[in-house]
Design a protein around this ligand. Structure first.
Ligand code: ZN
Length: 678
């Protein structure tokens, strides 16, 4: 591991933040925190923390000694000065005189001493930083250090490696007691450059930002070098099926099996590479993957153990499903037993969390991270990947061992985490995966946006190109290239959805294009082209969606944009209206054939929406032909109001939420009796 410190870059931080009234200590604290935070071998997702002791003016302008320490909710990779809230130092240092202090009281006292009442909660490791005298203190959960420390003889290995340069702190849950113990270890030998926290991580100290940071790099490098010595080859692979199923094949099966006992569906995130495969394919994976987390705060994101399912044979998914169901039963039973065992000693008793896994290891395929949304799923799979590296290294030099289960329970059921339970209300469409075809513009884009606003995970499907990528980037959702007139493209797109999210819940089949021509003379090819897109396009994506929904087994929603042409055809619009009428029948057929599976099918009949189908030039022509202003033309309905793409989008969302409605058409046209459903 190399130091990325640069004198020039450090000077730029100092200058840039000075313009915002931030002192040099804090500017440099931001600089090296980012250096640490950007290396996943050191820190992941809000893990780790850093601090600086400095002086800032209080509200009367008097210099005040403070500890600026990482605030909860901030990620070091992107941290700003506001991510290091200032806490008055003297009052929190005095706490050391106490013999005990609850986490709630500790958080309260820390908050009472903030200079800014709106600042985030200072890190749970604040007192550890405060009780040590050093100006700069850095803390990471380095993979290299953990691979050495997470051993039955981890303490001895670390002592052999670092000697007197580091102090050694036995495992204690983060909080007041750990802070006191760390200070005692330091005071026993004030020449140490940092502390190794057994089964947890590493702290380094410095008089300045560079020294603390570079000591971190040096000591982590020492651990990494040790891991390269006397290494044995791991892991011995277990036999695999000749042809493994793909992640896309099995994700919907797993997602369906986990939506059990009324549990809401999870969102998945898939990872695979040579290291992951080497790990999940190991004959001994049921041992080394089930020991526990590599550092206790991971348990809040991943639970203590991943679920291991059988290797899926592409030719026998039914056997995989049966094996996976059994593995899930065992996982859930084990989790309930773990909770019961440790909750017995709790006063007051804890509230049991859901017993479902957050990481699934699939031999021959890779791993899935799971969560209530895509970002939680990604965090779980990032941590799982880092766990793969740590345990692989640990096993290469010895045997992986982590903090005892009772400590992991204390972390998972930490009172501060329990206090958050049930407080965050989930959005209406949270955990739901939505695919919108023709999603890069017009009604499709507005619909993607509306579903996103309801908390859904959205994939925009459209023809490949700049339009698709920029729309998805703007909406912060997935871009999946899909030509609905090409069966191979549709299959690939839906496999991508299943792999990326674990499955699909709602399809908005919206892609379409208007062809015109007088029906008696129109070229047959025009009609065929229109049917290809405006009818078969809907059919292809519907088939692909119901296949995934069938594997999940908990229903789904198909929504179609059928247009007014299906109900109230316009002159010379046959090439567009005919396939749209067929698409309306298609919706009814899916409602009929799939109702028993809980799959609902509904359509929106929209009219006169400014879009790629009805361009500004067309609006100008038509209003002129009728002797109307454009405004009169567009508002030519009972409500005399122009209808927008957002209005149509809301109709799709309403139909997705209407749990007892199937085979229905919802009209969004401002009122037009000629196009009314009859
Ligand atoms: Zn830590």
């Amino acid at each position: 591991m190399k130091s990325h410190w640069s004198d020039e870059e450090a000077a730029r931080y100092v200058t840039r933040y000075a313009q915002q009234g931030v002192n040099a200590d804090i500017a440099l604290r931001v600089y090296t925190s980012r250096l640490l935070g950007r290396d996943p071998a050191l820190v992941l997702h809000g893990g780790g923390n850093t601090s600086v002791k400095t002086s800032v003016p209080d509200h009367l302008g008097r210099p005040t000694d403070v500890l600026c320490v990482k605030g909860s909710g901030w990620d070091m990779a992107e941290i700003e000065p506001a991510g290091h809230p200032a806490v008055r130092l003297a009052p929190i240092v005095e706490l050391r005189a106490l013999s005990k202090l609850s986490d709630e009281d500790m958080v309260n006292i820390q908050r009472c001493n903030l200079l800014d009442s709106a600042a985030p909660n200072p890190s749970v490791e604040t007192l550890l930083h405060a009780f040590l005298p050093h100006k700069f203190i850095d803390h990471t959960h380095s993979i290299g250090v953990l691979a050495v420390a997470d051993q039955p003889n981890g303490g001895d290995l670390c002592r052999a490696l670092y000697g007197k340069r580091m102090g050694y702190v036995p495992y204690i849950m983060p909080g007041f007691l750990l802070a006191k113990k760390a200070a005692e270890v330091y005071e026993a030998d004030p020449t140490v450059e940092g502390l190794i926290l057994e089964k947890h991580g590493i702290f380094t100290f410095g008089d300045d930002a560079k020294q603390a940071y570079e000591r971190m790099i040096t000591h982590v490098s020492t651990a990494e070098e040790r891991l390269q010595k006397a290494r044995k080859a791991v892991f011995t692979p277990a036999p695999l099926p000749k042809q493994s199923a793909s992640a896309a094949d099995i994700a919907p099966i797993l997602r369906g099996l986990l939506a059990r006992d009324g549990a809401k569906p999870m969102v998945f995130d898939f990872r695979t590479n040579a290291d992951v495969l080497n790990y999940v394919n190991g004959a001994d994976v049921a041992r080394y993957s089930q020991v526990g987390v590599v550092t206790p705060d991971h348990t809040i994101r991943t639970k203590n153990w991943p679920l291991v399912v059988p290797a899926p044979d592409a030719g026998d998914l039914a056997a995989f499903k049966a094996g996976a169901a059994k593995a899930i039963d065992l996982f859930v039973a084990k989790y309930h037993a773990y909770f019961a065992k440790y909750n017995k000693h709790q006063d007051p008793p804890k509230t049991e969390l859901d017993p479902l896994p957050r990481v699934i290891l699939v031999p021959g395929v890779g791993l899935f991270g799971l969560g209530a949304n895509k970002s939680a799923a990604k965090i779980a799979s990032d941590i799982a990947e880092s766990t793969v590296r740590t345990i692989t290294d640990a096993e290469a030099i010895g045997i992986f061992e982590c903090a005892p289960e009772t400590d992991l329970f204390d972390m998972e059921y930490w009172s501060l985490e329990q206090a958050k339970l049930g407080k965050a209300k989930e959005a209406k469409l949270a955990r739901r995966v939505v695919a919108v075809t023709g999603g890069a513009s017009g009604i499709g884009l507005a619909t993607a946006k509306a579903f996103k606003a309801e908390g859904a995970e959205v994939a925009i499907l459209d023809l490949p190109g700049e339009g698709l990528t920029s729309a998805a980037a703007k909406l912060k959702c997935a871009a999946i290239a899909c030509d609905v007139t090409d069966i191979a493209s549709v299959k690939a797109a839906f496999a991508k959805i299943a792999e990326s999210f674990g499955g699909i819940d709602i399809l908005v089949s919206n892609a379409g294009k208007a062809w015109q021509g007088k029906i008696g003379t129109v070229d047959e090819q025009v009609l065929r082209d229109s049917f290809e897109l405006n009818f078969y396009g809907h059919q292809r994506v519907s088939q692909a969606a119901v296949e995934i929904m069938g594997k999940q087994g908990f229903g789904g929603v198909l929504l179609y944009n059928v247009s007014k042409q299906a109900l109230n055809p316009g002159p010379n619009f046959g090439p567009y209206g005919l396939p749209k009428s067929a698409a309306l029948s298609l919706m009814r057929q899916y409602a009929l054939d799939y109702g028993a599976e809980g799959i609902r099918a509904n359509a929106v009949n929209a009219d006169r929406i400014r879009s790629g189908l009805l361009t500004d030039a067309m609006i100008a022509d038509r209003s002129k032909a009728r002797g109307l202003s454009q405004q009169e033309y567009m508002g030519g309905n009972l409500l005399a109001k122009e209808v927008s793409a957002d209005d149509v989008a809301q109709a799709f969302v309403s139909l997705a939420l209407a749990e007892k409605t199937t085979g229905a058409i919802l009209t969004v046209d401002g009122g037009n009796m000629a196009a009314a459903v009859r």
